[in-house]
Design a protein around this ligand. Structure first.
Ligand SMILES: C[S@@+](CC[C@H](N)C(=O)[O-])C[C@H]1O[C@@H](n2cnc3c(N)ncnc32)[C@H](O)[C@@H]1O
Length: 247
């Protein structure tokens, strides 16, 4: 597959790629990657390439910036517990090649913190989905935040779970350096700015409130039509369209 692909093409392409990302989260990555114009794209935690394919397809449909895929490919603690010894690099390479993304994806087979120490290019978009315990996510944040350009976007997966949830609360939602925070599924994103305004902070606070309410509501057994309707309203207010004001 060569050339630029639309969202529905990518959805088909990733159907058989193992991973945890939902289609709507993938679509979020695609759209953010398509709009990325402040620097390169970085992914922390690639596994077998599902999110890498969404990011690189989005980039190809937009400004064709490179996608650095950082992963030692030896899995996180939970993978080692579930599968024993882990080595995902061969399958990652195969999936990226099959998707026709090998000309834009640069794998860095190493851990996030040492990769950041050597990284020289400004980052326009970063997707953080490596080890999920609090200390690791915090380290990822500290290592990569300075590399992200003003106007660049940071995205975090699994932010309804303890480690990533606490990190986005402390370092994104309550920070003076992010605006237009939003979430799709369990993925949170926000734009880095030199300094946010009081209005930006109020909006981030409201989004956090809604995010936490959504998490509580998702634990309740609401009838499907109520869940679908509230999801639509929330997506229009706090998803990509509402938060970043794009398409
Ligand atoms: C949840 S998986 C990533 C899933 C992938 N983003 C997707 O959508 O399919 C987490 C990945 O993080 C990687 N990882 C664990 N610790 C890491 C670290 N310190 N730096 C970079 N990647 C790490 C693991 O090897 C694993 O492949």
């Amino acid at each position: 597959v060569k050339g630029s692909l639309g969202v529905s093409d990518v959805r088909k392409l990733v159907e058989k790629v193992d991973g945890w990302l939902t289609d709507s989260e993938g679509e979020l990555l695609y759209r953010l990657a398509k709009d990325c114009n402040k620097g390169v794209i970085v992914e922390i935690g690639s596994w077998k390439g599902k999110s890498t394919i969404w990011l690189s397809a989005g980039s190809k449909a937009g400004n064709k910036v490179k996608v650095y895929a950082v992963d030692p490919h030896t899995g996180s603690e939970e993978h080692k517990e579930a599968y024993g010894k882990v080595w995902t690099f061969e399958e990652f390479k195969k999936n990226i090649k099959n998707a026709g993304m090998d000309d834009i994806v640069i794998p860095l087979v190493k851990e996030s913190v040492p990769a950041a120490a050597e990284f020289k290019e400004p980052v326009g978009l970063i997707f953080v989905d490596g080890a999920h315990d609090y200390e690791s996510v915090k380290k990822d944040f500290k290592a990569w935040y300075p590399k992200v350009a003003d106007g660049g976007i940071m995205v975090f997966h699994d932010t309804f779970f303890d480690g990533p949830k606490r990190v986005v609360e402390e370092s994104v939602f309550k920070s003076g350096n992010f605006r237009k925070a939003g979430f799709v599924g369990i993925t949170t994103f926000a734009e880095k700015v030199a300094a946010n305004t009081r209005a930006d902070r109020a909006r981030n606070k409201l989004t956090l409130l809604v995010k936490n309410s959504c998490q509580r509501l998702s634990g309740l057994n609401l009838p499907k039509p109520v869940r679908t309707a509230s999801k639509k309203v929330l997506a229009s207010l706090f998803g990509l369209k509402g938060a970043l004001g794009k398409k």
